[in-house]
Design a protein around this ligand. Structure first.
Ligand code: 7TS
Length: 409
């Protein structure tokens, strides 16, 4: 399917915003949803809404089958060895907090180090800051190269026998760079540390294989991969998850409850306290079906092409600064930029008047903004439904923005 055919599956894209056809370039914040995903959720609520893992009644069994069926789809999608290793969470943030609060708290002490990079999203910084404060462990930052990439030589220098956890994003939500997490995992393991991967921006865009990466934990969100909000996944190696304590306690996750003590269910349910995100999981299953039908290889190739086209066209706009590597092969479909001294919120406002949606701000990456020496940037992010025409409209909008703020240049 070409992007024009793909677009027909996304009803929201067929509208005008401020009198112009919508150009949606904010998929890194959240992606749009195809009809198949919307309909899967609608069907659950209309036809078999029921709680899971409890009743023996027909609707309950149907809902349980759909919920556990979605887990199996996720398992296959990321090539986990077993569905026991797939835990449904609220999203990447909850998944990373679960690793920090459960594995981190139990395994870190004074003198231990947690290695992250300057480009991490706040969700992969703050949980580690908190657990470091509680355990006396230290947070160590991997430096970045001039173009915002990570060098394996720096990883080898930074990861030592003191390192217990390395936690790195696979694709940056700001710079778009694809990090060599497989090689970083190898270095982590050589030093006796575990490897956590923030896959929020990679899972939607390239084929993820957790066994090939040999990471110990992998986190991602459904809403960035054409699925609904409120659902995400924590993958973990079984031998690690089995030895971890849940962080939420209550219904669903227990085996036996006594007056003063209780025992937990087996994996993965011991980490899913309370009524789970049933509609979300079903919607995520439908999203996976949709992406697989198109093919992740196809999506990845399409985005590299769009990134290359955008880098070429945008760098021709005088006064526009692009952050991150200029080689599209090193990038997923994210281009972050500033135009002269125009505030990125102003850039986004002028573009919005043209019907073009981009994000402006610090992108939940304040340490990276500090590293780039800016307070904020504008960001265009592409997905399977974007076209070269969208990028042409963005570039036209950027030229208009420049004209509008010509006094700043
Ligand atoms: N990690 C990365 C790399 C992200 O890009 C995001 C969200 C998260 C974690 C958190 O995901 P959540 O689903 O738990 O919120 N990133 C963005 C963004 O770039 N713009 O809006 C949200």
């Amino acid at each position: 399917m070409n992007p024009y055919e793909i677009r027909k599956h996304f009803p929201i894209l067929d509208q005008e915003v401020n009198g112009n056809p919508l150009v949606y370039l904010d998929s890194a914040a959240t992606s749009q949803k195809p009809s198949a995903v919307i309909e899967s959720i609608d069907k659950y609520y209309r036809e078999y809404n029921s709680n899971v893992h409890r009743g023996v009644h027909t609707l309950g069994t149907k809902a349980t089958d759909a919920y556990e069926g979605a887990r199996e789809k996720v398992r296959k999608f990321i090539n986990a060895a077993s569905a026991e290793e797939v835990i449904f969470t609220r999203g990447t943030t909850t998944a990373l907090n679960t690793v920090a609060r459960s594995y981190g708290k139990a395994n870190l002490s004074e003198g231990d180090e947690i290695v992250i990079s300057y480009m991490e999203h706040h969700s992969n910084i703050i949980p580690w800051q908190q657990v470091a404060k509680e355990t006396g462990a230290s947070l160590v930052y991997l430096p970045l190269q001039q173009d915002g990439t990570i060098s394996l030589e720096d990883v080898r220098k930074t990861v030592t026998s003191r390192t217990k956890i390395v936690s790195i994003m696979q694709v940056s939500n700001v710079l778009g760079v694809i990090n060599p997490v497989k090689q970083i995992a190898q270095i982590a393991h050589d030093n006796g540390a575990i490897m956590v991967v923030d896959g929020a921006q990679s899972t939607p865009h390239l084929k993820v294989d957790v066994r090939s990466l040999d990471c110990d934990f992998f986190a991602f969100s459904g809403h960035k991969m054409v699925g609904p909000t409120g659902i995400g996944v924590l993958y973990g190696k079984k031998e690690l998850l089995e030895n971890m304590e849940p962080i939420e306690f209550g219904g669903e996750m227990i085996d036996f409850v006594g007056l003063y003590d209780s025992t937990w269910k087996e994996l993965p349910w011991k980490f899913e306290g309370g009524t789970p995100i049933i509609a979300g999981a079903i919607g995520l299953g439908a999203a996976i079906d949709f992406l697989e039908e198109i093919g992740l290889e196809h999506i990845e190739a399409h985005e590299h092409k769009l990134a290359a086209y955008a880098l070429e066209k945008m760098s021709a706009v005088e006064g526009l600064q692009i952050y991150g590597p200029m080689d599209a092969k090193q990038r997923a479909g994210v281009v972050t930029f500033n135009i002269g001294d125009v505030h990125p919120h102003d850039v986004a406002t002028v573009l919005d008047a043209e019907g073009i949606a981009v994000r402006a701000g610090h992108h939940c990456a304040q340490p990276l903004m500090k590293w780039l020496d800016v307070s904020a940037t504008a960001r265009a992010s592409f997905y399977l439904y974007n076209t070269e025409e969208d990028i042409d409209k963005l570039v036209e909008g950027l030229v208009k923005t420049k004209e509008y703020f010509s006094n700043v240049f």
